[in-house]
Design a protein around this ligand. Sequence first.
Ligand code: GDP
Ligand code: IMO
Ligand code: MG
Length: 429
Amino acid sequence: MPGIVILGAQWGDEGKGKATDLLASRTDYVVKFNGGNNAGHTVVVGDEKYALHLLPSGILTPGVVPVIGNGVVIDLEVLFDELEALSARGVDVSKLRISANAHIIADYHRTLDKVSERFLGKRSIGTTGRGIGPAYADKINRVGVRVQDLFDPSILRQKVEGSLDLKNHLLTKVYNRRQITVDEIVDDLQSYVERLRPMVGDTALELDQALDRGDIVVFEAGQATMLDIDHGTYPFVTSSSATAGGAATGSGVAPARLDRIIGIVKAYTTRVGSGPFPTELFDEWGERLRATGFEFGTTTGRPRRTGWYDSVITRYAARVNGVTDFVLTKLDVLTGIERIPVCVAYDVDGVRHDEMPVSQSDVHHATPIYEEFPGWTEDISGARTFDDLPKNAQDYVLALEAMSGSRISAIGVGPDREAIVVRHDLIEG
Ligand code: GDP
Ligand code: IMO
Ligand code: MG
């Protein structure tokens, strides 16, 4: 069972980093296949806390080969800053492999991200401002700069010229910003070339060969199903494929080689940025989830919006990803709540929806239909087997499992690496 995908089943920050780290000691390769430094994964190892943005979480485990796949957009300054910061803390980063086909985030992408958000006004997406959308727009428009272009100075100049031409009209005439010169971009990108060269290769071929050898390859998604460009709450999404299909297109590994699809899901729901969120809480319960779960963005520090568990979303995530196993995280955050509401379906203008409505307007108008479950007061952070959990916590997990479309194979009971209850092995099944 060597090809394993770890992805978010909600709107991100479900604990994908911790889940990847959990498997890392048995993993040979960890591949980031989508997004860029908009992601923020917090991994707690003993007394040490790591916040990873561009690099896959598996880099923290000695022996694991971290890979940045073709589906990723790379900000080179962030890449080398993150590598240096990890190196300084004693993490071996020498094995990193980067796809020659990954795209580059240049300064003009960051600028455009910020000015276009401002231009959208109250319709803004609430992006992370890292240039993600504009970089993917260039990729799709076929005016992107790829990692391999950096190694051919004349091609690099041509590509940057082609990409900047129209943007300078936009920046100066629409957004009232200064012109960006080809030289400043090319000089900046070229300053990284020699450090980058040894890391770059045909990562799709390397991963295929690794799978042929029987190596275990974990594909770690950034963002999540509901932020996916195709399957999320468009337009309030990110610009990449964060669902299981993205693991194949974003790495060059064939879909049939993906054996297990592990969906990470919080025991409640959070969202950062704009867009519909049917179970969102605006009262003291929402505040309580935010405070107890420490729901503040790893990347931007923004307070996360919070709400109860939404099984319409998780059933949807189970279906579009083909989830084989869920990891339910942050169950400990619910400790002490007397009755825990769970959204079982939506009411849209008097009509019950058990499945995600296809119309985005319906999602905006959806009112959750709740069922309540009795809570528990015991501290569960020390639980390591399902039997260690109080009966009501067990029943809550079993109820979520019954309504979420796949089995719950592990349960997070605290931020630490060891704070997890494993019911079914995530690699062997
Ligand atoms: P990711 O983007 O999906 O990797 O998730 P983030 O790292 O952005 O957010 C998840 C946060 O929850 C991190 O701060 C983790 O340390 C923390 N976390 C993960 N699992 C658990 C858990 O089971 N219980 C608690 N209390 N915290 C957890
Ligand atoms: P991880 O990997 C939560 C959200 C942003 C915004 C939208 C588009 O840590 O789960 P972008 O900068 O990608 O164009 O922003 O997507 N967003 C995330 N929300 N977790 C993330 O990553 C996110 N990455 C992007 O807040 O609403
Ligand atoms: Mg995160």
